[in-house]
Design a protein around this ligand. Structure first.
Ligand SMILES: Nc1ncnc2c1ncn2[C@@H]1O[C@H](COP(=O)(O)OP(=O)(O)O)[C@@H](O)[C@H]1O
Ligand SMILES: [Mg+2]
Length: 236
């Protein structure tokens, strides 16, 4: 058994000419939600996209579940067991909730249907709107669809990019509760700008700043460290 489900070692990523990730190293222990924090433009989304092979690392190593995935293609990485929920709820508005699920399923078998039932238990609205077009869902429900349809696959690890963005505070709390239930089965890497959400869900945290890891530790320590929050997150 590897000690960490995912680790990044000195990862460098370029977008065009721009050197975005400048030697990011981080370790994700299994069975918790690790939170990735930092200002806008710090490189949080690029880190998730680099793990998924969407913006591949130019150098460095990414190890998942004991295997090197640094040079793997996105579909190989998904099949290896990493689920990705990108920013901005990329659900298909003109398709029904059911069709969104069908498209997301990597394979359809009894186990995936059992997981679908578990998703209904977590997000009952998805069952309620099963035959409705995704376009009619509220922002919170779309976010639940984006997360829920990813969860029907047998992932060991879920990468979720700013799920609380644009949600009312009560929905943020509900989502935090759901992620806390998910993380007992599936390790999570959560990108968040919403500190309330991050502190409800997070175990370990990493703060990215200008493409490097500026700080790391336990979320409960960060919650008490007002200087650090002010410096990197702009929270008084
Ligand atoms: N397609 C792109 N080409 C060049 N630079 C980009 C592109 N997309 C994002 N960036 C830049 O990369 C940096 C990191 O972006 P991103 O990873 O999205 O940050 P975060 O998710 O932390 O807000 C930012 O400075 C952003 O302007
Ligand atoms: Mg981002």
């Amino acid at each position: 058994m590897p000690e960490f489900i995912l680790s990044l070692h000195q990862v460098h990523t370029f977008l065009g000419q721009h050197h975005i990730l400048q030697g990011v190293s981080l370790q994700v222990p299994e069975g918790q939600a690790l939170v990735l924090l930092g200002r806008n433009g710090a490189g949080k989304s690029t880190t998730l996209r680099t793990v998924m092979g969407l913006t591949p690392a130019r150098s460095g190593h990414i190890v998942f579940n004991g295997g090197d995935i640094s040079r793997a293609r996105p579909f190989e990485i998904a099949r290896a067991g990493i689920g990705f929920v990108p920013e901005d709820q990329a659900v298909l508005y003109t398709l029904t909730v059911e069709e969104n699920f069908r498209l997301a399923m990597l394979e359809e078998d009894q186990a995936s249907h059992d997981r679908q039932e578990a998703v209904f238990a977590l997000f009952p609205d998805l069952k309620k709107f099963w035959k409705s077009k995704a376009g009619v869902l509220s922002g919170g429900q779309k976010q639940m669809l984006a997360i829920g349809r990813t969860m029907v696959n047998d992932h060991r690890l879920l990468l979720i990019d700013e799920p609380s963005k644009g949600l009312a505070p009560i929905l943020v709390d509900q989502l935090a509760e759901s992620l806390n239930q998910i993380k007992s089965r599936t390790t999570i890497v959560l990108v968040e700008q919403n500190f309330r959400m991050a502190s409800r869900v997070g175990g370990d945290y990493y703060i990215l700043d200008d493409g490097v890891v500026a700080h790391q530790g336990r979320m409960e320590e960060l919650a008490r460290d007002h200087q650090l929050k002010q410096k990197y997150l702009g929270i008084a």
